[in-house]
Design a protein around this ligand. Structure first.
Ligand code: HEC
Length: 163
């Protein structure tokens, strides 16, 4: 075997390795992917976030009402526990074995924490009716906003396509 042939084969192997590395993404991409949490997977039928014990929660919590009732809700573990107590006292919900209740509360508080899904954002000032109790400073601000003399930071982020 001639030395140039061997050299070419090594060269071809190196090119192959470089191509594979570039297909797999640069180390910078990998680091970025690791620092961002993976987007949560949603079960299309129930609309629930797929996470540990989600099927237990689906079984326990969607026989009386749609899962939308809790996927639109958000709360701490205590809030969720209070809600379950309320349904048990007032809405005919049965008692859960402690281990099951623990799984339900862990799933709900991890995936539906306070503030995230329960409330939409305030309307920007220019879409609200005039506030009769407003201060002079606020009235002046809103007047300028309507006249286009100043810009609202909320409107700017909306124009950038955020919600
Ligand atoms: C035995 C039937 C039943 C089961 C099972 C049940 N619920 Fe409910 N739940 C109700 C009723 C009845 C209401 C009141 C519905 C209404 O107001 O229209 C309600 C309301 C709710 C609300 C809305 C509360 C509010 O403030 O409007 C949430 C959130 C909720 N349930 C979550 C859950 C979760 C989480 C589970 C599982 C642990 C669960 N439900 C299981 C009967 C049940």
């Amino acid at each position: 075997m001639n030395p140039i042939g061997t050299f070419n084969r090594i060269g071809a192997t190196l090119v192959g390795v470089v191509i594979l590395l570039s297909i797999n993404g640069s180390p910078a991409d990998t680091r970025e992917a690791a620092s961002k949490p993976a987007p949560k997977k949603i079960d299309p039928a129930s609309g629930m976030i797929v996470d540990e014990n989600w099927q237990t929660v689906r079984a326990m919590c969607s026989s009386c009402h749609s899962p939308k009732l809790f996927t639109n809700y958000g709360g701490t573990r205590e809030t969720w526990a209070g809600l379950i107590d309320w349904m048990q006292e007032k809405q005919g919900l049965w008692e859960f074995p402690p281990a099951i209740e623990n799984q339900i509360l862990t799933y709900l508080s991890a995936n539906y924490p306070p503030g995230e899904a329960s409330r939409r954002r305030n309307l920007p000032a220019h879409q609200r009716p005039p506030n009769p109790y407003t201060s002079d400073a606020r009235a002046e601000y809103e007047k300028k906003l309507r006249a286009g003399q100043i810009r609202s930071p909320v409107i700017e982020t909306r124009e950038n396509g955020e919600k």
